[in-house]
Design a protein around this ligand. Structure first.
Ligand code: 26A
Length: 346
């Protein structure tokens, strides 16, 4: 049962189960995968999941924004986060629901009758991760689900919106419905750029949503992919962060903040003002000895989760970035996109 007062943070994207294993470069080569990337699976990738299982893969709840939702709830009071997406009518879907419940995240899944729950092959080589996603049911999210009265009631009660950019491949009308609600009522809307292929191959979808964003978050590779696909003629991350912050906006009552994470290098934050200036701030990451790192799968999602927990909790921008970096450092010490239990306090 949904909490009658609703949930301050609403997240939307693709619920996936991660099939994660350590592997060598030969497996990457077999499927033509880059060491550090995220792609949509094609026919030739379908054998990857069985190959990973043979490598003693672990099944770990994933889906980028679902990780972010669990991450934000990790730092927030009970009943703070609602997550929406589409799963299949199967055991994997049940596992995802249960994991969210255990993390205190309320889910409103659309349950697709025909497709199985989506999965993501996570190939870990050293500190790199290659993600290959078979969306299946996750690709079946529909605007009609969001518009059902009991769900739309929760949409209206939400105060912050986070959409994972991977959903741009699935259901742009649902993203725009949330974005319109946010802009119309001056509520913050945040989008992650998710992976280079989004800016490359889903450029129009991305550009239809960007005007609604009050916050964007991406890593350095995604920032450069955006710049390249828009012929900005620069690979300079600070320059790109500035330009992202200054893109046109629907909600003119808020100026945009664009955030670019860079692994172990400093996080760049470009803060626009309503008069069109941009201030750049740089935040060094929380240092971690290399041997403390388990894997980096989900590091960016955890950053977004910690950052959102800060925003939703009324913290300053600086404190929110620090919370994002803190949670990312915690997550990369766990297996996959997970967080330490018993809970650690920020
Ligand atoms: C549409 N695609 C490709 C995806 C994803 C995805 N989540 C949603 N849509 N490809 C990978 N992921 C998730 O990213 C997390 C790490 O950041 C994986 O499930 C993994 O948990």
């Amino acid at each position: 049962m949904a909490a009658p007062q609703g949930y301050p943070l609403l997240c939307l994207e693709n619920p996936l189960l991660d099939i994660q294993a350590r592997a060598d470069d030969a497996l990457l080569e077999k499927y033509g995968l880059k060491a550090n990337d995220a792609i949509l699976a094609e026919e030739q990738h379908m054998g990857l999941y069985d190959d990973l299982m043979k490598l003693d893969a672990k099944l770990i709840p994933g889906g980028a924004a679902q990780n972010t939702a669990r991450g934000a709830q990790y730092l927030l009071p009970d009943n703070s986060v609602l997550y929406i997406g589409c799963v299949g009518k199967d055991n994997y879907g049940e596992i995802l629901k249960k994991t969210c419940e255990e993390a205190g995240v309320h889910t409103e899944y659309r349950v697709d009758e025909t497709q199985p729950t989506g999965k993501c092959g996570a190939v870990i080589t050293g500190h790199n991760r290659s993600l290959c996603t078979h969306l299946a049911a996750a690709n079946e999210y529909k605007l009609e689900h969001l518009k059902q009265p009991h769900i739309w009631d929760l949409v209206e009660k939400a105060k912050f919106y986070f959409v994972g950019g991977f959903h741009l491949t699935v259901c742009v009308p649902a993203i725009l419905a949330l974005a319109e609600e946010a802009a119309a009522k001056n509520k913050p809307f945040m989008l992650s750029l998710s992976a280079p292929f989004i800016a490359q191959f889903f450029k129009d979808q991305l550009d239809s949503v960007l005007p609604y964003t009050d916050y964007t978050v991406c890593n350095e590779t995604e920032a450069r992919a955006y710049s390249e696909s828009h012929n900005w003629g620069t690979e300079d991350v600070v320059e790109i962060a500035k330009k992202l912050a200054l893109l046109p906006k629907k909600n003119t009552q808020r100026a945009r903040v664009s955030i670019v994470t860079q692994g172990t290098d400093a996080t760049i934050v470009a803060i626009a003002s309503l008069s069109g200036e941009v201030e750049i701030k740089s935040f060094n990451v929380h240092e971690l000895p290399k041997e403390a790192i388990n894997d980096t799968n989900g590091a960016g999602d955890a950053f977004a989760g910690g950052f959102l927990a800060g925003l939703v909790g009324g913290k300053s921008l600086e404190d929110s970035v620090d919370m994002g970096q803190w949670l990312a450092a915690k997550s990369i010490q766990e297996l996959g996109p997970s967080f330490p239990y018993p809970k650690q306090t920020y």
